[in-house]
Write a protein that binds this ligand. Structure first.
Ligand SMILES: *Cc1c(COP(=O)(O)O)cnc(C)c1O
Length: 389
């Protein structure tokens, strides 16, 4: 491909842009992962990731994409044939259900229309009917990356508590962590699943399970077959700075850098920055006269905005124009909303002017693709950003 001047705009909701500081941290000779230098590195990484989850409990790091950490959460805590309650918030929730089925669990799926998060009252109603405690885990996605709806995890916890049901609470915050507020301990989450390439600003390649005492206890009697994903060997070796197999050493350098950057900015400031960019993006979308996919204002995602297309217009055609003309990648509609919407990622290492460039590209692309819009959405975003600088 011919050289294109200027940076590519990677505005998909993950993988996100990797800042130069992290790239430079990763660019080092790989070291002996059984030596003392590595042990210090591992201890540092394992300690620094905990406040990002807002936890004091162990966080296990796998050399895998997020999907591996989904599987790890299930195989360590459950037994073959166990019933798990899941909610169809979008494509990622759907993929997790498929994974659960393939490994021999029995997911019960609460259907959804892909325009909102997990309804806490529906969880409460279902669990209160499960008098025999057949449901062993409630599995939900925190930030549904395919739609732009963020579930109220604290309220889901309260709903579970209201029923006194003993089910484990497993939460996928693969795209939420580091961008949207997440509180593993306070919200009583038993396993939080995450990944490196979204809010954490790293390249793809490492994933996480933050585990509660209850989850570790459950893992001692859980009967699913597991080897690579087994927590016990990780939990046994991690305190001395060791891993049971070769870790993604260079990504651990990057992880430490990412944690330092987030703590430097202040975690709450990171979240506020994401909220502000999301609000500016929504103002642009509304001005264009297009629908925001998430229908519940309490669940608007700070990570991405899903934009619905008017009938008769193909979102993928708009994305194609924008990629060709402006060298910007936007997220495609996934699964059953393919072609019906596109996603603007505004997460990770991202600032006001990057958002302005992104929205400008979207506005121009919509016009060039012949989508009927009210022009001036970018101005609406600028007005908001300059009034809330
Ligand atoms: C990206 C993502 C996944 C899948 O993670 P991979 O790293 O692609 O395996 C799962 N759930 C959510 C919510 C995601 O955003």
């Amino acid at each position: 491909m011919a050289h294109r001047a200027g940076p590519h705009f990677l505005q998909i909701p993950g993988p996100s842009n990797v800042p130069g500081r992290i790239l430079r941290a990763i660019e080092r000779p790989t070291i002996d992962h059984r030596g003392p230098e590595f042990q210090a590195l591992a201890k540092d990484a394992l300690a620094k990731i905990k406040p990002i989850f807002k936890t004091e409990q162990p966080v296990i790091i796998f050399p895998s994409s997020g999907t591996g950490a989904w599987e790890a959460a299930l195989v360590n805590t459950l037994s073959p044939g166990d019933k798990v309650l899941m909610v169809e918030t979008g494509q990622f929730a759907t993929l997790w259900v498929e994974l659960a089925k393939r490994i021999g669990l029995q997911p019960e799926l609460i259907p959804g229309d892909w325009r909102r998060g997990v309804p806490p009252e529906v969880i409460e109603e279902r669990l209160s009917k499960d008098k025999a405690h057949e449901i062993k885990a409630v599995c939900v996605v925190h930030n549904e990356t395919s739609t732009g709806a963020t579930s109220r995890i604290g309220d889901v916890r309260k709903a579970i508590d209201a029923t006194g049901h003993p089910a484990l609470f497993l939460v996928d915050s693969i795209s939420g962590l580091g961008s949207a507020d997440f509180r593993h301990d306070e919200w009583g989450v038993d396993v939080t699943i995450s990944g490196s390439q979204k809010g954490l600003m790293l390249p793809p390649g490492i994933s996480f399970n933050a585990v509660s005492k209850k989850a570790v206890e459950a893992s001692k009697s859980a009967k699913m077959t597991r080897s690579y994903w087994d927590w016990s060997s990780q939990l046994g070796q991690n305190p001395s700075g060791n891993f049971p197999y070769t870790p993604a050493t260079n990504l651990l350098y990057g992880l430490i850098e990412a944690c330092d950057m987030m703590m430097d900015e202040g975690l709450e400031n990171v979240f506020a920055r994401h909220e502000r960019h999301a609000e500016a993006a929504r103002r642009a979308v509304r001005h264009w006269g297009l629908d925001i996919q998430c229908e519940d204002a309490r669940e608007y995602s700070p990570v991405l905005t899903g934009v619905m297309m008017p009938d008769g217009h193909d979102a993928d055609a708009v994305r194609k124009v924008i990629l060709e003309k402006f060298n910007m990648s936007l997220g495609a509609g996934l699964g059953k909303v393919k072609g019906k919407m596109f996603r603007i990622g505004h997460l990770g290492d991202f600032n006001d002017l990057m958002l302005c460039g992104t929205l400008s590209g979207v506005e121009m692309g919509l016009r060039m693709a012949g989508v009927p819009i009210e022009t001036g959405g970018v101005q609406a975003a600028l007005d908001y950003l300059s009034g809330n600088a």
